[in-house]
Design a protein around this ligand. Structure first.
Ligand code: ADP
Ligand code: ADP
Length: 233
């Protein structure tokens, strides 16, 4: 089963006169099978924490151990390889390539990995089917609704079969019906098979948080409360 463990994670940004401590000592273990939401006001450190989980950035102190490997100690190539194969990102501002169709967008990570086109396309089509978009496979992002784009982004995040899905405000621009179907897909991913996968989602949407197994609230770079299936952790 998957285990991702953060110990004493600190992250500071120094842009202005004074450094900002975005994460101020985070201790957290996420286990396979969990659908986790991070709920906090803007600026509390949610995105920074997601970046640490996905090796998009490294902490100033502390460790992030992903299935036994401290990803903060990897070199750039190893981190890039880790991001490509072990994590799937669903971020609002990391969107689809506008000149490509839905299936091509989903297939890109496989093509970059040297998988033959026919196989990559078959895999992409299977995932588009899973998110209910078989009939939109040839459409470009501009021809899709916000909810459809978000579902294509989920399909793309899944195509390398990653252990961890990291989602930042995945329901941010969606109406409640579409939000529901996006959350259904994320819940299915977390609850799929033998606890080999997990989903961590940052959200402002309390309805979305209610759909998860574990709700973690943050305040000023620290974990404030952590509630797993109704029990305080
Ligand atoms: P959230 O996702 O909860 O809104 P963030 O992790 O984005 O919080 O931000 C935490 C703090 O770190 C905020 O004070 C924010 O302004 C600051 N911050 C985040 N990213 C950067 C950056 N790249 N450069 C400087 N400050 C940053
Ligand atoms: P490379 O270093 O090989 O150019 P990256 O390491 O930048 O590739 O990207 C690897 C994967 O990590 C990408 O396929 C993408 O899914 C994800 N990724 C990279 N940067 C971001 C980002 N800023 N936001 C969301 N996902 C990202």
């Amino acid at each position: 089963a998957l285990t991702v463990r953060l110990d004493g994670v600190v992250k500071e940004y120094s842009t202005g006169e004074q450094p900002v401590r975005a994460l101020d000592g985070i201790d957290l273990t996420v286990s396979g099978g969990q659908f986790v939401s991070l709920v906090a006001p803007s600026g509390a450190g949610k995105s920074t924490l997601l970046h640490m989980l996905g090796a998009l950035d490294v902490p100033d102190a502390g460790t992030v151990v992903f299935d036994g490997i401290d990803i903060t100690k990897l070199n750039d190539n190893e981190q890039s390889d880790f991001r490509r194969h072990r994590v799937g990102f669903v971020f609002q501002f990391f969107n689809l390539l506008p000149t490509m169709s839905a299936w091509e967008n989903v297939a890109v990570p496989k093509l970059l990995d040297g998988i033959p086109m026919s196989k990559a396309k078959a895999d992409a089509m299977r995932l588009l089917d899973m998110v209910g978009l078989s009939d939109r496979a040839e459409h470009r992002p501009a021809q899709l609704s916000g909810g459809q784009i978000q579902r294509v982004a989920i399909a793309r995040a899944l195509v390398m079969n990653p252990a961890l899905i990291i989602a930042d405000e995945p329901t941010g621009n969606l109406d409640s019906k579409t939000s529901h179907s996006v959350l259904d897909i994320l819940a299915d991913i977390a609850h799929d098979s033998d606890d080999t996968g997990a989903v961590v989602m940052a959200t402002h949407d309390l309805e979305a948080a209610r759909r998860t197994d574990r709700v973690i609230s943050m305040l000023d770079g620290r974990i404030d409360t952590d509630v797993l299936s109704g029990q305080e952790v």
